[in-house]
Design a protein around this ligand. Structure first.
Ligand SMILES: [Zn+2]
Length: 174
């Protein structure tokens, strides 16, 4: 109704502030290149694709995906090498002194940077629960089977394999 005084609004509850991001730092093997980003990162995953396997020399690579705007190279930019993988439309950067892979971007996603999880010692705020190219999982990849020490070789473990039962009717040393 015209002229009616609106009742005073009750004050809005204060907006919940987003938790302040924590800066996490990563370095290459020789420490020449240092990068920073904010945790929690956007996501984390295991990449089983051939390109990542070859670059890392490993069964698969684990990455954290970050907004490009939140990634900072804070040291060693001058020794950061770059490989343009034209065929795959990917760009990979690495430390030209020790060879460690540092960053990986896809041609079509200029807003994103993928960083090897292993470069960070601190927690990144995301568990790697996702897999890319899981159909390429290698038969030689270690999948967490129980291991025990290998006698005579300190620091080396061997997967414990259950002994197969002898075939029915087989004769073993009797
Ligand atoms: Zn290095």
């Amino acid at each position: 109704m015209a002229g009616q005084i609106k009742p005073e609004r009750s004050p809005k509850p204060p907006k919940r502030r987003a938790r302040a991001a924590v800066t996490i730092s990563g370095t290459c093997l020789c420490s020449a290149v240092a990068i920073e980003t904010d945790a929690p990162v956007f996501w984390a995953w295991h990449d089983h694709s051939e390109a990542s396997r070859r670059v890392h020399g490993a069964a698969y690579a684990t990455y954290v995906g970050c907004w490009k705007s939140k990634v900072r190279v804070v040291g060693g930019e001058d020794v950061l090498g770059r490989f343009d993988d034209v065929k795959r439309r990917q760009v990979r950067s690495f430390c030209s002194l020790c060879g460690a892979p540092m960053m990986f971007t896809r041609g079509g996603s200029s807003k994103w940077v993928n960083i090897p999880r292993a470069l960070f010692c601190a927690r990144t705020g995301r568990e790697a629960k996702y897999h890319v190219a899981i159909e390429q999982l290698q038969v030689w990849a270690y999948l967490g089977a129980p291991v025990g020490p290998l006698r005579g070789y300190p620091g080396v473990s061997i997967e414990k394999v259950r002994k197969a039962k002898p075939a029915r009717g087989g004769s073993f040393g009797t």
